[in-house]
Design a protein around this ligand. Structure first.
Ligand SMILES: Cc1ncc(COP(=O)(O)O)c(C=O)c1O
Length: 513
């Protein structure tokens, strides 16, 4: 039986999922990115890369479902579109009980909160909580410095992060107190000259954009937009032309992989390939080439990240979101040959050695971006979170996040009054939406107080360029993670359906609460 798939650029809106689940029929996407055919048990995947279709060998669907990780990154991206959207089978459900048992926030019987806010701060595992609390006690018994010596200042976390993002090694990783601080320590270190251009994207995170404006005012740099596709993602194929048009004045391209406010995913690998190609034709000298900075705060921990595949020079993230680490810590990766280029805005005697009364020497590793004082406990907590994510497997996490998000969107779409706000076509675990008649903040409060559902609100100040272009001030945001269950999604959608059919309550003054 033929299956119908609508959409383009990777979005497949499958009309007949049960037939897909039974592995029969043929499937065709009328868009230009995916062409897929499914005949009996054979899944033939032909993703489009950089403008041309690349045919992959036909693969039994059962093999794909059993082991999506066996596909290379590019194939996997296409295959998981099909697997997550086209089947009615919840992936990795056999591991869910263990993941939930490992998560204190999922086993609290007193107050069974439903946490759909991993994009804000996710629920940590017991392993992460123990790493922090046990160390704090260890510190209390041994003394802060002495305890730190015994765990080598928590330096192992640099190695864990390097493995997570496929960096060369720990020397390319620096820690800071947040994702934004980590990003800024590297980005402000780029030696911008007046007239240099920063190119950025529609969904760039608000704090980064403010930094660009600040650099405009303090360093005389210019700010311009990368070319975009109609779906709001950066048009990777047009990046080279855009760099040409700026006549060699572009010093940095800054892209947010996944924004704070929605499910859109920028094609960071394709953008990186185009920048690299342009650099190769002009100069690969890190002092002169276009530097590529990726804000991966919302993608690290939900999407497999490979800095080599992305060809990025800088990549930053925070601990508390999809990585499930503690608050108060973040990290930045800096490509080895770019480290000497970065001149951090502030230095201390840890980032640089004080080698003579009037001289210092900056550390040769990414440590030049760090500060001496830090919370070793939080670093150890982040290390535990990274190791847990690696144990679960980033491919597993991504497959499940996409499945849950697709399931949630499908259910929400069916609720009268719900407006899905996500732009983009290849969507992740952040779902943005509004409910007719409900101001976003009131809906969030009602969800939390009446249904114990944690969600949040995205506002124009977080992503002004994007929201202004859509004439929106705010909307609601729910974010799923792999430890969320299908039942939880159903519970959330039922709450939304109930609220959508009522009017918001009278606004309660905070003094009355
Ligand atoms: C895309 C993005 N970048 C950067 C940040 C900043 O991270 P942090 O709050 O850890 O500084 C956030 C936080 O929401 C974010 O969503």
């Amino acid at each position: 039986m033929p299956l119908v798939a609508r959409g383009s650029q990777g979005v497949l809106d499958i009309v007949d999922p049960p037939a897909v689940a039974s592995n029969h029929g043929s499937l065709a996407a009328d868009g230009d990115m995916l062409a897929t055919s499914l005949a009996d048990v054979d899944l033939h995947v032909a993703p489009r890369f950089s403008g041309s279709f690349v045919a992959q060998p036909a693969t039994p669907l059962a093999t794909v479902l059993a082991n999506p990780a066996s596909f290379s990154v590019n194939k996997r991206a296409a295959v998981s579109s099909v697997v997550t959207v086209a089947t009615d089978v919840e992936p990795f459900v056999d591991r869910l009980v263990q993941w939930r048992l490992d998560t204190p926030g999922c086993t609290d019987v007193e107050r069974p909160a439903l946490h759909l806010n991993s994009a804000g701060a996710s629920l940590p595992t017991k392993r992460t909580v123990s790493a922090i609390t046990e160390y704090i006690e260890f510190e209390a018994r041994n003394g802060g410095y002495e305890a730190a010596d015994l765990v080598n200042d928590g330096k192992a976390v640099h190695g864990s992060i390097a493995r997570l993002v496929h960096a060369e090694g720990p020397h390319e990783v620096a820690l800071a107190e947040s994702g934004r601080a980590a990003w800024a320590s590297a980005f402000y270190g780029i030696p911008f000259q007046p007239g240099d251009v920063i190119l950025t994207c529609l969904i760039e995170y608000g704090a980064n954009y403010v930094a660009f404006l600040h650099l405009r005012d303090t360093k005389g740099v210019k700010l311009d937009m990368l070319p975009h596709r109609p779906d709001g993602t950066v048009d990777a194929a047009a990046v080279g032309r855009c760099l040409d048009e700026h006549g060699g004045r572009v010093r940095a391209v800054a892209v947010t992989h996944v924004p704070t406010h929605g499910g859109i995913v920028n094609p960071c690998e394709a953008i990186g390939r185009e920048i690299r190609r342009w650099n190769e034709a002009h100069s690969m000298d890190p002092h002169r080439r276009v530097l590529y900075a990726v804000d991966a705060c919302q993608s690290v921990g939900q999407i497999p990240i490979d800095v080599a595949d992305m060809h990025c020079d800088i990549l930053s993230a925070t601990s508390r979101k999809f990585l499930r680490g503690p608050r108060g810590v973040g990290f930045v990766y800096v490509r080895n040959d770019v480290i000497p280029v970065l001149n951090p805005p502030t230095l201390d005697h840890y980032a640089a050695d004080w080698i003579a009364r009037d001289a210092y020497r900056m550390n040769a590793t990414a440590r030049r971006l760090e500060k001496w004082e830090c919370s070793v406990a939080l670093r150890l907590g982040l290390g535990a979170a990274v190791e847990y994510a690696l144990d679960v497997g980033l491919d597993t996490i991504w497959t499940r996040v996409r499945w849950l998000a697709a399931y949630l969107r499908t259910k929400l779409r069916a609720v009268p009054g719900v407006i899905l706000r996500d732009t983009g076509t290849d969507l992740c675990g952040i779902i943005s939406f509004s409910v007719a008649g409900w101001p976003a903040a009131e809906l969030r409060t009602a969800l939390q107080r009446t249904y114990y559902v944690n969600t949040t609100v995205s506002t124009v100040g977080q992503a002004r360029i994007d929201l202004e272009s859509r004439q929106l001030d705010d909307f609601n945001r729910a974010s799923v993670h792999y430890y969320n269950s299908r039942d939880e999604v159903d519970r959330f959608v039922a709450a939304i359906a109930e609220l959508a059919s009522t009017h918001p309550p009278r606004v309660v003054d905070s003094a009355e609460v």
